[in-house]
Write a protein that binds this ligand. Structure first.
Ligand code: GLC
Length: 583
């Protein structure tokens, strides 16, 4: 076991190292099973470290592996300082950390501290009104004039993200507690100083164990507005979270956490998941001068394919100008201060190639590569989600029995009860369910895609025979090979890391075009390119380069392309992309 009495020094984490890093997200339950119980586990991850090193990423982020009743697949934690037996032991995690470090990979833990599980000892204690931990959570009395525990007596009408109400009645104490996600995930009350100091102590313990940073779950919800949700109904979408997100003490809490845990002092990487955060909030929180977080996950670009004011299930088309315009807005907004995270895929989103690309056999490979090109050539820290690196697609989830996720099942129950037809509900689930991201990783074409020797907890996507990591690794023209090149470009080229971003052709509905420019050649390396042009046809039909709006391409050199075309070739094939060195 690692000696946790002597925390590692930060000598292996130079200042600002995360600005050139690529992060790979692992959803342990679906990554690799090692013991045949059908659920992915930590020894399974350790077994795949060479694969991750071969891909070339710098950091692994583990979705939660802590002890948990698994109501929300581990985002409901009952013990922050132990590992759920489903995933292994603390010793297994120590081995994973050591194995990662041996290969030069860093490891980031998911930090879920807006809420605990209702099985966490803190909450169990808090249920007693006389307990000193009563104010560690939000307890409220029934609405005036209503009998506690009766329908409609909840303190207000806020729904939870995964349940009809954000308030759950606790008969023993006669009061309600707040759970913005589900009754199994009561919200911690960060106004209580002991809550904060206990969280910081736990974080220090993990730092001592050798972790290199934290991905902070819905961290902008920790400061709730005074009066909480009494302002009225809260829609469970991110628009609704806006009403309780980004509270007045958010910056204070984040700066305090940074100081008390030594996040910056130890050169740890920090990324805050922030539903409802605007560019302005992100700039504030990630401005290095404020010592809060390195970067945040915005939700804006993954909420463009829904109807204005609706929930994620109210589907809408997404014209390309809206998507690229939104990413550009974040690039401009954080150009002078702060830092972007870059992602299309994660465990809460349908697969990018199915959602923003074209996952038909004809276009899947090129569209997966082109989406990656566009994302990885923006300025910020790119995140790769397991399977994205070889173009995993949405699964054929077409009837309610196919779904697993608490959010999807809750939506089905509520929407059908509200009169939405089964066909409509399924249409939304088939497009947007988080379950698409959670099918097991397709390692090879053997039984269960090499994920498990047992029965997988969730069905393997049947397309694994043709789409799997092993085939992709062997094929120099694969999506995997393209990701390797993109990651290498970021490591090698200063202009990819730090170049100024400018969006071109903002209204073009097929082409995503932008430049990245350094004001001066990097000191001591005058041969580095100072300007890149990225041209990407994000459509399944050919696209002609317009006569205006692009820099001249005389003398330009192709740095990386999905096709073998010359930089100035006037027509791009469907889902073709080119990274071009200018001048
Ligand atoms: C975050 C997680 C998501 C989880 C929720 C509640 O959005 O990414 O998976 O369900 O928070 O913890």
């Amino acid at each position: 076991m690692t000696d946790i009495s002597s925390p590692p020094t930060n000598s292996e984490r130079p200042d600002g190292w995360w600005r050139s890093a690529v992060v790979y997200q692992i959803y342990p339950r679906s990554f690799q099973d090692s013991d045949g119980d059908g659920v992915g586990d930590i020894p399974g991850i350790t077994r795949r470290l060479d694969y991750l090193a071969e891909l070339g990423v710098d950091v692994l982020w583990l979705s939660p592996v802590y002890r948990s009743p698994q109501v929300d697949n581990g985002y409901d934690i009952s013990d922050y300082q132990d590992i759920d037996p489903l995933f292994g032991t603390l010793e297994d995690l120590d081995e994973l950390i050591a194995g990662a470090h041996e290969r030069g990979l860093k490891l980031v833990m998911d930090l879920v501290v807006n809420h605990t599980s209702d099985q966490h000892a803190w909450f169990v204690e808090s249920r007693d009104p006389a307990s000193p931990k009563r104010d560690w959570y939000y307890w409220r009395s029934a609405r005036a004039g209503h009998e506690p525990g009766t329908p409609g007596a909840e303190p207000d009408d806020s729904p939870a993200a995964f349940a009809p109400s954000a308030w759950t009645f606790d008969p023993a104490s006669g009061q309600y507690y707040l759970g913005m996600f589900s009754p199994a995930q009561p919200d911690l009350n960060w106004e209580t100083p002991e809550v904060r100091s206990s969280v910081y102590e736990m974080m220090r313990w993990w730092v001592g164990r050798g972790v290199d940073g934290f991905r902070m779950d819905v961290i902008n919800l920790i400061s709730k507005p005074a009066g909480l949700t009494s302002s009225g109904p809260v829609d469970p979408g991110s628009a609704g979270f806006m009403q309780i997100a980004n509270g007045a003490r958010l910056d204070e809490f984040l700066a305090e956490m940074n100081r008390e845990v030594g996040l910056e002092k130890n050169n740890l990487i920090t990324v805050g998941e922030m539903p409802g955060a605007t560019v302005d909030v992100a700039r504030r929180v990630t401005d290095p001068a404020r010592h809060e977080l390195n970067m945040v996950f915005t939700f804006e670009h993954v909420e463009l394919d829904k109807q204005e004011g609706g929930s994620k299930w109210d589907l809408a088309d997404l014209p390309l100008p809206r998507l690229k315009g939104n990413l550009a807005e974040w690039q401009y907004g954080l150009a002078e201060a702060g830092w972007n995270s870059l992602y299309f895929d994660n465990h809460d989103q349908p697969r990018a190639v199915s959602r923003f690309g074209d996952d038909s056999p004809e276009h899947r490979v090129h569209s997966a590569k082109t989406l990656a090109t566009v994302l990885h050539l923006h300025k910020g820290t790119p995140y790769v989600y397991q399977g994205e690196e070889f173009g995993m697609t949405n699964a054929p989830l077409t009837e309610i029995g196919h779904f697993q996720d608490v959010e999807s099942l809750n939506y089905h129950t509520l929407a059908t009860a509200a009169g939405v037809t089964e066909v409509e509900v399924l249409r939304s689930l088939t497009r947007k369910s988080r379950d698409h991201a959670r099918t097991p990783v397709q390692w090879d074409d053997s039984a269960n895609a090499g994920f498990t020797d047992g029965t997988p907890w969730f069905g393997v996507n049947p397309n694994y025979v043709g789409i799997n990591a092993e085939d992709a690794r062997r094929d120099p023209a694969s999506v995997f090979a393209h990701f390797q090149k993109l990651i290498r470009l970021r490591h090698e080229l200063e202009v990819v890391r730090e170049g100024r971003f400018e969006l071109l052709l903002p209204d073009h509905d097929q082409l995503w075009a932008f430049t990245r420019t350094l004001e001066a050649a990097p000191a001591g390396d005058e041969d580095q390119p100072r300007a890149l042009l990225v041209l990407a046809n994000c459509s399944s039909t050919p696209a002609d380069l317009p006569a205006d709006g692009l820099p001249g391409l005389a003398g330009a050199v192709l740095v990386l392309g999905t096709h073998a075309s010359a930089p100035e070739e006037p027509r791009l094939a469907p889902w073709e992309s080119r990274v071009i060195q200018l001048g």
